[in-house]
Design a protein around this ligand. Structure first.
Ligand code: OFO
Length: 179
């Protein structure tokens, strides 16, 4: 008889924090999917592609957490709905990037909350795992800041926005697929 591999059970609070992280990654996935559709509808095919890629990255972030929890012999909570809220504000390119940066900052705060929980309960394994998310969040925030800076530079210039749209559509994200 094969002996079941014993793993250290996770602290309940850390598990809850990781599940909240899955919720936020799922939220981010649908947030960007929404934007991909919105920009696509408005004819910004480059920005639309950018957000489709971003949405896919978020899906991977969520799956990476799900696999980690399974690997620790615990049960992840999968959000049971799609997060697609209709919104009413007038369409504004810069607004959507600024709002996305605000969303990313919330995700970063949650990453830090998980790490604090790990420290409180001496879960060094999960803390180490979460360091990938720390670097990833830093990268995402800085990507959005760069785009916002460019949008501010071009202002209302149609040609400027057209160039940014082309650039974003032509630069597939190079992030390695998380395992
Ligand atoms: Fe998952 O990186 Fe954005 O939210």
């Amino acid at each position: 008889i094969k002996e079941k591999k014993m793993k250290n059970k996770m602290n309940k609070e850390v598990l809850e924090l990781l599940n909240e992280q899955i919720w936020l990654e799922n939220h981010a996935m649908y947030h960007y999917l929404n934007l991909a559709v919105e920009f696509g509808n408005k004819g910004f095919s480059g920005i639309s592609t950018y957000f489709f890629n971003q949405s896919e990255e978020e899906r991977q972030h969520s799956i990476k957490l799900i696999k980690y929890i399974l690997d620790r012999d615990e049960v992840p909570t999968i959000p049971q709905y799609n997060y697609l809220e209709p919104y009413e504000e007038t369409f504004d390119v810069q607004f959507h990037f600024e709002n996305s940066l605000v969303q990313e900052k919330k995700v970063s705060e949650q990453v830090f909350k998980v790490i604090n929980g790990c420290r409180k309960h001496n879960d060094y394994t999960t803390e180490n795992f979460m360091q990938w998310y720390v670097a990833e969040q830093q990268d995402e925030e800085s990507k959005f800041k760069d785009i916002i800076d460019k949008l501010k530079m071009v202002g209302d210039s149609g040609l400027g926005i057209y160039q940014i749209d082309s650039e974003l559509g032509g630069s597939p994200q190079t992030e390695e697929t998380p395992g």
